[in-house]
Design a protein around this ligand. Structure first.
Ligand code: CA
Length: 334
C-alpha cells in the first residue's frame, strides 16, 4: 500500500475511533438520562447526560390521549408526577392515572419529581435528587430529539437516541398503534436506517418483529429480555432457540445483567447465562441493563460491576451513572 493511502486509512480509522464518544468498544447508554443525579426522563437529566459524553441517551415512550409520544418510563403518572394533586378525579378504577387518559396540554401542567413510591410517598432511591423539589416538566419525544440534535450541532458530537416503545399491546387495547406513530416521528427527524444513530428497543417480541417484517423498518432493533416479565415468546425456549428467533428480525438483545451472571442466573431458563456468547454467534449485539452505582447487587464497587460487564463481553450497558461508566471505559482503553 502506498504511503498516501496508508495515511488516509489511518485518518479514517482515527475518525471512526472518535465516533464513539466514550472512546471504547463498550457503548455507554445513559439510562433515562443522567438519572442518578436528576429526575429521570426530564430534559435537564438529558442535558446533564449529554455533557457526560455517553454514546446514546435513552427515551422511554408512551402516547398521550391526543397521540403525542412523550418521554416517560411508566404508562402511569403517579410515581413521578403530582398528578394526584392536579387531577384527583382522573384515576381509573384500579386507582392509577394513565398517561393515555390525558392530552398533552393537560400533561404539561404536571410537575415531575424524582421517583417515589405511590403508596408510601417515600423516594425509591434515598440518596438521589430530593422528591417534589425544583421545577421539572414532562416533554415530548420531539422536544428531546430536537435538544439532542441541537447539542450535536453546537457541541460537534454525535450522540445517538435509544428509543423504547413502552407496552405496545396496552396501547393497542386503547386503540392506538404506538410503533407506527413513533416510527413516523423518527423518520421525520432523519432516523430511518441502521446508520442513523438511533436504536429502537422493545420488550414485546411480537411488536418488534412486526416493526421489522410488517412496517419494514431498517432501524437498529434491540429485543429487550427480562425472563419472568413480558416474555411469553421466550418462556419455553432454550437460550439457543431464543437467539435464533431474535436474529430473524433484530440486531441485538438487551438482557438484564442479573440474569446473565454465571452461576447466579436469576432467570428461570436453564443456561440463560450462555446467551451472550450465543447472541454473538448469531451476530447480535448485547446491551445489558441496568448498571447502577447505588444498586450494586453483590459487587463490592461500581468498578467491579463494570469490570464484570467487560468480562461478560457485553457490547454496551445501560447506566444511571453515565459519567462514571464513560470515565471507567476511557481509562481502560487509554
Ligand atoms: Ca427503558
Amino acid at each position: 500500500m502506498n504511503v498516501k493511502y496508508f495515511l488516509i486509512l489511518i485518518g479514517c480509522l482515527s475518525v471512526l475511533s472518535c465516533s464513539s464518544s466514550s472512546e471504547s468498544d463498550m457503548l455507554v447508554i445513559a439510562h433515562r438520562g443522567a438519572s442518578a443525579y436528576l429526575p429521570e426522563h426530564t430534559l435537564p437529566a438529558k442535558a446533564l447526560a449529554y455533557g457526560m459524553q455517553p454514546d446514546y441517551i435513552e427515551q422511554d415512550v408512551v402516547l398521550t390521549k391526543d397521540d403525542i409520544p412523550i418521554v416517560i418510563h411508566d404508562i402511569c403518572l403517579e410515581t413521578t408526577t403530582n398528578v394526584e394533586d392536579i387531577f384527583p378525579d382522573r384515576k381509573r378504577e384500579d386507582g392509577k392515572y394513565y398517561v393515555i387518559d390525558f392530552t398533552w396540554e393537560e400533561l404539561s401542567c404536571l410537575n415531575v419529581s424524582e421517583r417515589f413510591d405511590a403508596q408510601t410517598k417515600q423516594p425509591v432511591y434515598k440518596e438521589r435528587f430530593p422528591i417534589h423539589t425544583s421545577y421539572f416538566k414532562l416533554h415530548r419525544l420531539s422536544d428531546e430529539i430536537e435538544m439532542i440534535q441541537g447539542l450535536n450541532k453546537t457541541m460537534k458530537r454525535d450522540v445517538g437516541i435509544y428509543v423504547e416503545i413502552k407496552e405496545p399491546q396496552f396501547h393497542r387495547n386503547e386503540g392506538k398503534d404506538i410503533s407506527k406513530i413513533v416510527l413516523e416521528l423518527l423518520s421525520k427527524y432523519g432516523y430511518t436506517t441502521q446508520q442513523d444513530l438511533c436504536v429502537l428497543q422493545c420488550f414485546d417480541a411480537v411488536e418488534l418483529k412486526k416493526i421489522r417484517k410488517n412496517y419494514l423498518s431498517d432501524l437498529f432493533l434491540v429485543q429487550l429480555l427480562e425472563i419472568g416479565y413480558l416474555d411469553e415468546e421466550f418462556r419455553n425456549k432454550t437460550p439457543q432457540e431464543i437467539v435464533n428467533y431474535i436474529a430473524d428480525y433484530a440486531n441485538g438483545i438487551g438482557p438484564w445483567y442479573k440474569q446473565i451472571l454465571e452461576g447466579k442466573n436469576q432467570s428461570k431458563i436453564k443456561d440463560f447465562d450462555k446467551i451472550v456468547q450465543l447472541a454473538h454467534e448469531q451476530h447480535l449485539k448485547v446491551h445489558a441493563f441496568t448498571f447502577r452505582a447505588d444498586d450494586l447487587a453483590d459487587f463490592k464497587s461500581y468498578e467491579a460491576l463494570l469490570q464484570k460487564a467487560e468480562e461478560l463481553e457485553l457490547d454496551g450497558i445501560f447506566t444511571d451513572h453515565p459519567d462514571l461508566a464513560v470515565s471507567y471505559f476511557k481509562k481502560k482503553n487509554r
